[in-house]
Structure formats: C-alpha cells, structure tokens
Design a protein around this ligand. Structure first.
Ligand code: DOR
Ligand code: ZN
Length: 366
C-alpha cells in the first residue's frame, strides 16, 4: 500500500480472508438465512472461507446432525467452509474421535446465548476438554468470570483454546496474562464490540442486542489497545442473522449480521491510522489460517479499494436478514473483487459463485 497523491492509496490485496465465527442458519432456520444466501454475503464481504457454529437447530452435537449439516452446506455454500462440532450437556464426548477429522473444531458454550448448548458445570467442561483430540481447536464462548474458569482448563489440559468475541477490559487483561504465561490461547474480537457501546442500544434497540452484550466506552478502548498491540488474533464477525420481525419480539433473539461490514469497518480504522495494513491482513486472514491449520488455495485473494467512502446501506447487503446495526455509518474500503482458485467469485457488485461451488476445508467434499 503506497500513499499516493492527495492521500489516495493503491488497492490492498488480502490473501484468503477467513471468518472463523459465523452462524449461517439454514437447516431448521432457513427463514433466517440459508447456506446459499449467507455465503453470498461472505463473498460480498470479501471472504474466501467461513467457519459455521453448531447452535442452529438441530444443534451439531451428534452424528446425524453433523451429517445433515455437511450435506446441506456442501450443496449450498458458495464460499469455502468448515463447521464446528458442539459440546452437549448430554455427554457426547464418546463420538469426538470419530467426528474431529470432519470439523474445524469443537465449540463450547459456557454462558447463555441463542440455542440450547449451555454447559455451566465445570467438571463437565473438563471432560469435554480432555476428550477433544489434541491438535484440534476448542473455541469457547466465555464471558466475565467464566474466562478464568476456562483458563484453568487450558492450564490443565494444554488444549489450544480460541476465546470467541472477547468484550471487556478485564477479560482482555486475563487473556493477555495467559498469553504471557505461554498458554495456548487465541483471541477473537467482533467489529460490533469495537465500534459500538451500551449507549448505542438506546438508539439501536433490539438491533444492538447480542451475546456478549455491548459494553462500556472503557471496554471498547481496551479492546482497541489489544487489537493494535497484537494481543487480539482475529476479528470475527459473529454473523448471526435474525429476521426484523423476530428482532421486534419481546425478548428479541440475540445476534447481529456482520459478514459484509467487517472489512470496511477495519479499513476505516486503517485509513484513520489506527491499524497497519499488515495488522489488518493478520486479523482478517493469516492468523485464522494459522489457528485452524488451513491455507488458501493458489490464486485466492480479495482486492479492496481503500479510497472508496460510502454510507452502509441495507439494500446493498446480500444477507437474507436485510439489516445491519451499522446502517448509516460512513466507512471506507470497498471489495472490488474476490478471486478463489483463479475464478472471480464476486466482481464488486454481483456474486458469481453458484451454490455448492464452495469446498469443505476439513476432510469432507473437498
Ligand atoms: O448474539 C449471539 N447470537 N451470540 C451468540 O453466541 C449466538 C448468536 C446466534 O446464534 O444468534
Ligand atoms: Zn457466535
């Protein structure tokens, strides 16, 4: 990236963008989105690949549910993909050796959120940590004091643990210390926790409700410090579409879409001098590739116009839910082209990849 005349810069090329935290829906929740619609959103957002969470019904916690999801995502996905297996309250650890090779990792929900997968018993958590094959990632939803509980299990078992959507200064401090101690942990932060706070819930209402909830300005500042100093490994969208009608309910379901707004929000930080291009590429592509042990195929990259400045508008989004908590925000950075295996799959306006053209990254349908 070179600074040219009047602050214009040449396009940024990102190799193999991957979002390791999305909820694509489909299956029993096709009304919220489908593998075809949400992977179109992924490509339009610049992504080569996404990793899908197990909490959409039927939850991915047994062999039939995994088989159904692999079949459906293989038939529907337009981008490359992996899926997580879910830890279940009803002990499902006996099948871990059989399923681990077909998934990107295990997800453990240690605090309440959308779906039915809460695991709040520390002894049960320990059993899941021990049973999951070493060498495959364990991704955890852990908030507040639960972060320390999970760190105790990391210390005990040595399993590589990815802490999803970390949102507070205290959690970041604990994890920074754990990294300094040499524990095998990685950290994800979402764009909504970097750009919004609890004050925005006053205007956004249900569209600003997700798990973890939006936090304080001091938490937001601590997250940015951790993003810029290298403590945070990945920016993950936690793309979680719900329909507007559902969001209108009382209580509203938790979750916000994010696949099409994450890259421009980070480019906006880049252009404001808050991030370097090297750091942006690490946060959106290479760190997640390293954590999950996948490399993009040859000729797989995203071309980003760093000069484009525009207002986020919902009618331009591909996600089936059709809304964004960032609507109306002025951002910089527009995806001009996504190339996968030498083929243009998004040309800046249209998604050109057909459903089913995406490939599984973890041993199935490749
Ligand atoms: O806000 C959230 N929504 N947080 C989660 O952990 C799950 C997600 C969903 O599936 O809707
Ligand atoms: Zn999530």
């Amino acid at each position: 990236m070179g600074l040219g005349e009047r602050g214009r810069t040449s396009p940024l090329i990102i190799p193999g963008m991957i979002d390791p935290h999305v909820h694509l829906r489909d299956l029993d929740w096709v009304h919220k989105g489908t593998f075809a619609s949400e992977t179109a959103a992924a490509l339009a957002g610049g992504y080569w690949a996404v990793l899908d969470m197990p909490n959409t019904p039927p939850p991915t916690i047994d062999q039939p549910a995994l088989a159904r999801k692999l079949e459906a995502i293989g038939a529907g996905a337009r981008c490359d993909w992996g899926v997580y297996f879910g830890a279940s309250q009803a002990d499902n650890t006996a099948i871990y050796p059989a399923v681990a090779g077909r998934v990107c990792g295990l997800k453990i929900y240690n605090n309440a959120t959308t779906g039915t997968l809460l695991l709040d018993d520390q002894a049960a958590r320990a059993a899941h940590f021990r049973a999951w094959p070493a060498g495959k990632v364990i991704a955890v939803h852990a908030e507040g004091e639960t972060v320390a509980d999970i760190l105790a299990l990391v210390r005990l078992t040595g399993r590589h643990t990815h802490f999803c959507h970390i949102s507070t200064a205290e959690e970041i401090a604990l994890l920074r210390a754990a990294k300094a101690d040499g524990l095998p942990v990685s950290i994800g932060v979402t764009p909504h926790h970097l750009y919004l706070t609890e004050r925005d819930v006053q205007t956004l209402g249900a569209l600003g409700r997700m798990k973890p909830e939006l936090k304080t300005e001091a938490d937001r500042a601590a997250l940015w410090d951790a993003v810029t100093d290298g403590t945070v490994d990945v920016i993950e969208s936690d793309h979680a579409p719900h329909t507007l009608a559902e969001k209108d309910g009382d209580p509203p379901p938790f979750g916000v879409p994010g696949l099409e707004t994450t890259l421009p929000l980070l480019v906006t930080a880049l252009r404001a001098g808050r991030l370097t291009a090297e750091r942006l590429i690490a946060l959106l592509a290479t760190n997640a590739q390293r954590i999950f042990g996948v490399l993009p195929p040859p000729e797989t990259y995203t071309v980003v116009d760093l000069n484009a400045s525009y207002v986020i508008a919902c009618e331009r989004l591909h996600t089936a839910c059709g809304w964004s908590p960032f609507e109306g925000m002025r951002v910089m950075g527009q995806v001009r082209r996504v190339v996968v295996r030498g083929q243009t799959v998004f040309d800046g306006e249209r998604v050109l990849a057909a459903p089913g053209s995406g490939r599984g990254l973890f041993g199935e349908r490749s």
